[in-house]
Ligand binder design. Structure first.
Ligand code: 5AD
Length: 351
């Protein structure tokens, strides 16, 4: 670890921000020692705010229909091999019921951009979840919608929204998506969500095709400035029916390094150890938590939905990624000195 890295890490811990060039330097010249130091500091600040609690979210994949054709994604519109499904209200409520009994107090409704779910349909589902499980938070992860729609869903009771920005570099964004999708409109949605009052989550893949150290540095700078409540980052994993089938997956090591940096930028942020991390490495969840993550999102979807919601190859859903195996997750978190809690797990401001 050279002197400049030591200075940058100190600066990051003190001022919670660096210049874009400094982020790039930190990434480029990272080594074992700097990674460990960052992870240690990240655990310290996380512990001050959240203790050693790990929040869990029950992920319900409500639909794999999607009108978009993102080049990396297994449920993209043009993937004809994908068997499509969508869940109705009763099925979603049954998942919540099971999740509630297992100790989940947040339900995340995630899906492709499926026009079937109009505002009326979603508001009805959200109200029913809130009526039946009044001590639970509802998070939506349903892609881009109009501001009026976001407002309407918020009024119905949804309090959080996850919408990964995917990359803060407009050229990189354009290389990963068809031209109808723009970084500008993605970021506008994120600003709208935040203004409306949602606890808003952004995020990106690590190692997506065309990603560079400079684009990652832009992600960090953008996250620093946007101040999201949550940030989901996971390694890119190729999907066999996409043009990126032959690409290398992203790195676990770099993902964990970035988790530590993001924790230090925003000490009170909610950071999941993602399913993609668990998919690539059997100890991915532990590694994520030890790098500074404090959230895990086990899957509550019905069995056949889980199989069909295939964003990337071999997506994990049978081990501790399964909500029904939450006991296993609890044990494994205890082994590394952390505890899974039954709590809504709202974002807390930095101390
Ligand atoms: N590898 C890793 N993550 C992916 N996602 C989509 N496709 C892949 C893939 N091949 C992520 C995107 C999206 C989220 C729901 O899943 O970041 O926002």
């Amino acid at each position: 670890m050279n002197d400049k890295i030591t200075v940058l890490i100190d600066e990051l811990c003190k001022n919670h921000g660096l210049t874009t060039d400094e982020y790039a330097y930190l990434i480029e010249y990272r080594d074992e020692e700097s990674k460990q130091l960052l992870a240690e500091r990240a655990r310290q600040v996380r512990e001050k705010i959240y203790g050693r609690d790990v929040f869990i979210r029950g992920l319900i994949e409500i639909s794999n229909y999607c009108k978009n054709d993102c080049f990396y994604c297994g449920i993209r519109r043009s993937n004809k091999e994908c068997q499509r499904y969508r869940l109705g209200k009763e099925e979603i409520l049954a998942c919540c019921k099971e999740g509630y009994q297992l100790g989940f107090r947040t339900f995340v409704l995630q899906g492709g951009e499926d026009a079937f779910y109009t505002d009326d349909i979603l508001c009805d589902i959200i109200r029913d979840i809130k009526n039946n499980f009044s001590d639970c938070a509802v998070t939506l992860s349903l892609g881009e919608r109009g501001r009026m729609s976001f407002e309407c869903l918020y009024k119905a009771g949804a309090e959080r929204y996850l919408l990964r920005h995917e990359t803060a570099d407009a050229k990189h964004y354009a290389s990963l998506h068809p031209k109808e999708l723009t970084l500008q409109s993605r970021l506008q949605c994120l600003r709208d969500l935040k203004e409306i009052g949602y606890q808003t989550g952004c995020g990106f893949m690590v190692g997506s095709p065309g990603q560079t150290i400079e684009s990652l540095a832009k992600d960090l700078k953008w996250i620093e400035e946007f101040k999201p409540a949550m940030c989901g980052i996971g390694p890119f994993i190729p999907h066999h029916a996409t043009q990126y089938a032959g690409e290398q997956p992203g790195s676990i090591e770099l993902t964990c390094f970035l988790l530590s940096v993001i924790r230090l930028i925003h000490p009170g942020i909610l950071l999941p150890a993602t399913t993609a991390l668990a998919t690539l490495d059997t100890n991915g969840t532990e590694k994520g938590i030890l790098a500074g993550a404090n959230v895990v999102m086990p899957n509550l979807s019905p069995a056949d939905a889980k199989e069909k919601y295939e964003l990337y190859n071999n997506k994990a859903y049978n081990g501790m990624e399964a909500a029904r195996n939450v006991e296993l997750l609890k044990k494994r978190m205890e082994t590394i000195g952390y505890q899974v809690v039954t709590d809504r797990g709202d974002v807390r401001e930095a101390l």
